[in-house]
Design a protein around this ligand. Structure first.
Ligand SMILES: [Zn+2]
Length: 274
């Protein structure tokens, strides 16, 4: 399923795979002038390419290498041969997605994608009407970048923001680095966040500051409870409640307890590749 909409000259492509009457997880790609920010998932390829017909894409930026953000790079490469830009750490993973060991739920929801050739992104990306600053924002992944357009006070955050609270956490997310990245972005003058999960989010600077405050408090509380002898599972239940459906659907890849474990370990539960 794909839903196209416009916001202040940005075209939003909201896409996800229908499973029965439900779309379990959405992801957005954004088109500004001839710059496409992320390419969505293979599961929505046909609808996405149809929606791009008649539009010009000269440059693609991948905010990170995940299968729902670089999924249609290869299809676009054969359609209109855009220049694909990403952080240097993302490039080998975009070239060879088989390096990612996708779980069953990822293959069902997003499907596996083909590799594509990306080039290292520079400090800025220019389009006809905008200049975007490229900001390295690791945490959700090791290669994550965000794009800031200071004149319009726009911030494109890939999978970095995704709401003011932490409802679940991936096993390969780094809590401390995610918080650092969000604090760094909260210093910017931002009105609109273009979020990979949520689409348009207004009052962006406050939203980021709220998230940073939530994460900071959760970290302090988790450390205190750990010092008093509670296990990560007990801390999680005390601070975040019981695990929800995502825990069971993803086999624990998305789980509340991963946030607590990452806080206490000072790094991701599943270590990043070196
Ligand atoms: Zn991601």
């Amino acid at each position: 399923m794909l839903i196209t909409s416009e916001h202040s000259g940005v075209t939003l492509f909201k896409m996800g795979r229908s499973i029965g009457p439900h779309v379990p997880y959405w992801v957005h790609a954004f088109l500004v002038d001839d710059l496409l920010i992320d390419t969505g998932a293979v599961a929505a390829r046909r609808e996405f390419l149809d929606a791009l017909r008649g539009r010009t894409v000269r440059t693609v930026v991948n905010t990170h290498h995940h299968e729902d953000h670089a999924g249609n790079n290869a299809a676009l490469a054969s359609l209109c041969a855009p220049v694909i830009l990403a952080h240097t750490k993302a490039i080998p993973w975009i070239a060879d997605p088989s390096r990612m060991s996708l779980r069953a739920y990822q293959l069902v929801v997003w499907k596996r994608h083909d590799g594509s050739r990306a080039r290292p992104i520079g400090p800025t990306v220019e389009t006809a009407n905008h200049s975007f600053e490229v900001i390295f924002t690791p945490g959700h992944s090791f290669d994550h970048i965000s794009l800031y357009e200071p004149d319009r006070r726009w911030l494109f955050t890939g999978d970095l923001f995704c709401g003011r609270k932490i409802k679940y956490f991936r096993r390969d997310e780094d809590y401390g680095l995610l918080l650092e990245s969000i604090e760094k972005l909260a210093d910017l003058d931002i009105e609109t966040i273009f979020c990979g999960l949520l689409g348009v989010v207004h009052n962006g600077r406050k939203m980021l500051a709220d998230k940073a405050a939530f994460m900071s408090k959760l970290r302090n509380d988790a450390r205190e409870l750990s010092a008093s002898g509670l296990s990560p599972r007990s801390i999680t239940r005390r601070l975040m409640g019981r695990e929800g459906a995502m825990y069971y659907i993803t086999g624990g890849h998305y789980a509340k307890v991963n946030a607590v474990k990452s806080i206490l370990a000072g790094g991701p539960v599943d270590q990043w590749p070196v």
